[in-house]
Design a protein around this ligand. Structure first.
Ligand code: AMP
Length: 322
């Protein structure tokens, strides 16, 4: 299952991605999460990315494509993935298409989670997340029971540094300018489906699951059937090739035997006995004539000490039967 989740920051695509991962057991690939863990780890990449992320701008395509390529190389991505936050612009989408084409596993679905801008602003600026278990709360819509503490594990909640109002405005603007054109891009490919991203998480997930079941499952079944037919065809071709090879081997063996038989000196008849005329050449003998000459036997008399044996000496051709 290969899906891209599209949606503005705060559309809830990350939450829906986690539910899809739990249901279909495929990895959630979020470039935002990967970049944030690089920032937390203080890697060179993280240091480069932090300022750009805090300004609400996009990290360079080179960096992001490198991260995606690394992520796809991991074995768990072989069965599919849910991409969240990637691609973010047309060049990234084109690079993704090229990458997947090389792997022979094109994207199956691009799901847009559609949410009006005023709702997005409250969702993002009110968002608080647990750095320990990943639970997400919102001070406007779903407050934690104890202020700023995770309901599940009690860890102090975090407010992402790029979730402040100024950064959110810039992120929404970047979304409109650079990411929103992907809607038309995937529509043109016939891969776009849209769900309303307002309402309860479960309602939204139900709409998403219905689309996935309708769009990907039947296709997966068809693909499975095609793959089975291709495998059967390939096995048949391999068996035919093997049979031809075996037949050629047997013919060569028979030809070699015939050639050997033709080389044997004739048993001379005793004097006075009637000599039978030479037999007509059989089909086997004719084949033998066409067969490659047998390997040279070493000369009876050994050559002088230093001379190498004439390995390539041509044997006398077998006498043609008259
Ligand atoms: P997200 O968690 O997806 O909202 O991403 C947070 C920030 O990470 C974004 O505002 C960007 O600065 C950066 N980022 C995430 N994904 C990408 C991407 N595909 N291309 C460029 N920058 C990205």
């Amino acid at each position: 299952m290969r899906i891209v989740l599209l949606g503005a920051p705060g559309s809830g695509k990350g939450t829906q991605a986690k539910l899809l991962v739990a249901k279909y057991n495929i990895p959630h690939v979020s470039t935002g999460d990967i970049l944030r863990s690089s920032v937390t780890a203080g890697t060179d990449l993280g240091k480069k990315a932090k300022a750009v992320m805090d300004a609400g701008q996009l990290v360079s395509d080179d960096i992001v494509l490198g991260l995606i390529q690394e992520r796809f190389a991991r074995t768990d991505a072989k069965n599919g993935f849910i991409l969240d936050g990637f691609p973010r612009n047309i060049p990234q989408a084109q690079a993704l298409d090229a990458m997947l084409a090389r792997l022979g596993r094109p994207l199956q679905l691009s799901l847009l989670v559609d949410v009006p801008n005023d709702v997005l602003m409250k969702r993002i600026t009110g968002r608080r997340s647990c750095p320990s278990c990943g639970s997400v709360f919102n001070i406007y819509f779903s407050q934690p029971k104890t202020s700023n503490k995770c309901d599940k594990c009690g860890t102090a909640l975090q407010h992402r540094s790029d979730d402040n109002e100024a950064t959110v405005r810039s992120r929404l603007q970047v979304y409109e300018q650079q990411t929103a054109p992907l809607v038309a891009y995937y529509k043109a490919q016939g891969k776009l489906r849209t769900v309303r991203g307002t309402g309860s998480i479960n309602e939204i997930f139900k709409s998403i699951s219905d689309i996935v079941e309708a769009q990907i499952r039947p296709l997966a079944d068809v693909m499975h059937k095609i793959e089975e037919e291709e495998a059967a065809k390939a096995a048949k071709v391999a068996a035919e090739k093997l049979a031809v090879k075996e037949a050629a081997k047997a013919a060569a063996k028979a030809a070699a035997a015939a050639a050997k038989a033709a080389k044997k000196p004739a048993v001379l008849p005793k004097a006075g006995k009637k000599v039978a005329p030479p037999a007509k050449p059989s089909k086997k003998d004719i084949t033998a004539k066409k067969a490659p000459p047998p390997k040279a036997k070493p000369a009876k008399k050994p050559a002088p000490a230093k001379a190498k044996p004439k390995a390539k000496a041509k044997p006398k051709p077998p006498k043609k039967p008259k």
